[in-house]
Write a protein that binds this ligand. Structure first.
Ligand code: ADP
Ligand code: MG
Length: 248
């Protein structure tokens, strides 16, 4: 049964993410693959958590289920007080559009739109975001130092610049939770460092909760907690800050 403020109306101080006994498989019969096996995890407001593990261990699947992009077979997930199993599709869509920002390894920008067009795209799906979308889109681009290139197409940008635009898009609705799937996977190490420093600033200054799937030691070393997955299970969590020191 639900316990500890994970379900029902959001209570201040209750977990941002509550995953309980989640199971997920793909395919059927002999081709069936069990991808998540009774995964449970809680993430508190203001945490910055790294999710690590070998390729194929289920990290992206878990992240997508938390973001409401995929559904579990069993178990319960609540995000920002919304129980994703019992919520209606409009409620889930509102959560995705207004309260969660997504950043992916592959940037996922549309090349027939300008950078600004990509950033303000969420406004097309959300009443909250419809007003002053262009100005707010520019403000979002300014935050990631991409305002000058607002009218370029993504194909005219470097990888690091594309990821900045993707982050600006993720921040457009001022989400309180950012879900990132290998955000530095396609970036050189200096650009990756800049992106990570920016995440860290978002976490410490704006109190955004971050869950970051990563292979990079640099990310896991600045996270307050590291969760490791193997074969669809959580095998290890480190509660204490791994490296409070380190460059800021
Ligand atoms: P990770 O992100 O840790 O690399 P994933 O969550 O992407 O792992 O994938 C875990 C396993 O689930 C892999 O074996 C992958 O092939 C399988 N898988 C993921 N998504 C699908 C899908 N849509 N259909 C079938 N199998 C999938
Ligand atoms: Mg993955």
């Amino acid at each position: 049964m639900p316990v500890g403020g994970c379900y029902g109306a959001p209570v201040s101080g209750s977990p941002v993410i509550c995953v309980r006994d989640v199971e997920k498989s793909y395919g059927s019969g002999a081709a069936r693959t069990q991808v998540l096996r009774k995964v449970s995890v809680e993430i508190q407001p203001g945490e910055m958590v790294a999710l690590v593990g070998q390729s194929g261990s289920g990290k992206s699947t878990l992240l997508n289920i938390i973001g409401g992009l995929d559904q579990p077979d069993q178990g319960e997930v609540s995000v920002l007080g919304l129980n994703l199993q019992t919520a209606s599709e409009p409620e889930r869509a509102r959560l995705r559009n207004e309260s969660i920002g997504f950043v992916f390894q592959a940037f996922n920008l549309l090349d027939h739109l300008t950078c600004l067009g990509n950033v303000v795209l969420p406004a097309a799906f959300s009443q909250k975001d419809a007003s002053h979308a262009q100005e707010r889109g520019m403000e979002s681009l300014r935050r990631v130092k991409m305002a000058e290139l607002a009218l370029r197409r993504p194909s005219e940008l470097s990888g690091g610049q594309k990821q900045r635009v993707a982050i600006a898009r993720a921040l457009f609705a001022s989400p309180s939770l950012l879900l990132c799937d290998e955000p530095t996977g396609n970036l050189d190490s200096q650009t990756g460092k800049e992106v990570i420093d920016f995440f860290r600033e978002l976490n410490s200054k704006d109190n955004v909760t971050l869950l970051i799937v990563t292979h990079e030691r640099r990310v896991s070393s600045i996270a307050q907690r590291v969760i490791a997955m193997r074969d669809g299970k959580i095998v290890e969590t480190t509660d204490e800050a791994l490296a409070e020191a380190g460059p800021s």
